[in-house]
Each structure stands twice: as C-alpha cells, then as structure tokens.
Write a new protein. Structure first.
Length: 288
C-alpha cells in the first residue's frame, strides 16, 4: 500500500482547513470543476492525502456548487488525524456505491452473470483495503465484466459504474472520480424517472424545440449587434426570460421544468449528504 500520511503536521492541517473555509487557491484548484481535468498531485504531495481521496472529494462536494460543501470538507479534515493513511476512506465510499441499502447499485442487478461479475470486482475492492491486488487480477475482473456487458441487455449503467471500480486506486486514483460521477448520474436519473410531475412526450418535445429556438434567435440577434467578445450571459438570460414569458404555454412548461429540477437537486442533496456523513464517520475511526 502507498504510504500517504495526512497533513504532515497540525499546522499544515489547520492551514488547509483555513484555505477551504475561505475558498482560497487550494480550494479553487482542488474542490471546484477545475479539478476535473486538473492535476491534483499537489494535494497528496503537500498535504499527505491519498490520491484516491483527493479525487473523491470534489465530486462528493458537487464541485463546490452548493454552500454546504465547505462545511462538509471542514468536518472531514477536522476528523482526519494528523499522520493517518486515508486511502481506505475512498474505498469505503466506493463500496457504498454498491452496498448502500438505499442508494447502492447491488439491488438494481438481477441474479446472474452480470451480478456475479460485479460482485467479483467489489470483492477485489474489499481485498485491496488490506492488501495489494496485482494488475493481472484487476485486468481479468475488468475483462469478465466487459464480456458480460457485451452479452447483457440490461443494467449497462450499473456495469459502467462497476467498471470504474475495477482498478487499483493506488495506481489509478482517477477511477474514483469516474465512479463517483457515474453514481451521481444514476441517482439523478432515478430521481428524474420518479418525479411527481413528468412531461408527456409531446410536452418534452415542445419544451426542447422552444428552448432551442429561443436560444438560437438570441444568439443570432446578439451576433448581429456586436462583437462576439462582448457577449454578456446576464443580457442573454434577461432576453431569454422575456421571450419565455411572452408565450404563456411555453412559460408554464418552463415553470414546471424549473420546479422539477429543484426537486431532483433536493433528492441528490439528500443522497450526497448521506454519503458525506458516512465518509466523516469513517474518518473519525482512523488511527494516526
């Protein structure tokens, strides 16, 4: 196992907490959407956090989109003892993507070859918490899962998530981010499918065509009026709102769509909070 030791010293820990509370330069580099394609080696180098944990946390905090994310990050960093090894925090979080009684993917897969191949990958993740798993074993597990994916007609999205878990997080920590994004997309899709006020096919088609038309008309008019470098998103939104409001039928659909998005975001926030709480509790159990 790679030996990353959290923070190095108490002063370093407190400096990192202060930066995140202030949304400083480390926060901006690490815990926002800049991290998706960014190099996070400095987090492990300068603060001793395992690369897999470094990749987990931006997605788990919704890339800083909500005001609650810094509170979670501060609670987590406070809970991690100076000198602790943090790789298994990420592994346990990713195991919960499969095992969680409410949000886990295990219950979404029927008994059979797909479930067996997924369980084999999950077993390797569990094993890797205590001992190294060689590359050939990981490769064989991915190959088997890819095979059953080609042969299966269902559960493809779940397989995509589990394929992201089928890597040695010591060597490929970015797989944690891929798995977290896949889990997020699946929870979001489930919330959308279960929403209380779905559009009919006709309503969805009309809403999309109206949105496309309004956007295209505004972009065309703004391009005629001036240089593209002067594009103002605020002006664009104001004009879009004016055009939506001018069509009562379209405006009614927009109001419903916004309400639906808010309900989905609320369900995602509930899920995200549950995973965050588990991660903080795991951190409290670490030994220095």
């Amino acid at each position: 196992m790679t030996a990353y030791r959290a923070f190095g010293n108490e002063a370093n820990k407190q400096a990192l907490r202060a930066d995140i509370r202030a949304k400083g330069p480390v926060y901006a580099t690490w815990l926002t959407q800049a991290s998706i394609e960014g190099d996070l080696t400095l987090i492990s180098r300068d603060y001793g956090l395992h690369p897999a944990l470094a990749r987990l946390l931006p997605a788990l905090g919704d890339f800083g989109q909500g005001d609650e994310a810094p509170v979670f990050y501060d609670a987590l960093l406070d809970a991690i003892p100076v000198g602790a090894e943090t790789g298994n925090i990420a592994r346990r979080a990713m195991l919960s993507a499969w095992t969680d009684p409410i949000y886990g993917r295990e219950k979404r897969v029927e008994a059979g070859p797909v479930l067996d191949a997924c369980e084999a990958v999950v077993a390797l993740v569990r094993q890797s918490m205590a001992t190294s798993v060689d590359r050939q074993t990981w490769r064989a597990a991915r190959a088997k899962l890819a095979q059953v994916q080609r042969e299966a007609s269902a559960a493809d999205k779940v397989i995509d998530l589990v394929l992201s878990l089928a890597w040695d997080f010591e060597q490929a920590p970015g797989a944690v981010q891929d798995a977290m994004l896949a889990w997020t997309a699946q929870v979001s899709a489930e919330a959308d499918a279960a929403d209380e006020d779905p559009f009919t096919e006709a309503e969805a088609a009309f809403f999309k065509s109206t949105m496309d038309r309004i956007n295209e008309e505004i972009i065309a008019s703004m391009s005629h009026e001036g240089d593209g470098d002067d594009f103002s998103y605020e002006v664009f939104l104001d004009e879009a709102n004016r055009r939506w409001a001018a069509d009562p039928v379209a405006q009614s659909l927009k109001v419903r769509a916004l309400a639906r998005q808010a309900r989905i975001r609320a369900k995602l926030a509930t899920w995200r909070t549950a995973v965050q709480q588990q991660v903080v509790e795991d951190a409290k159990m670490l030994a220095a």
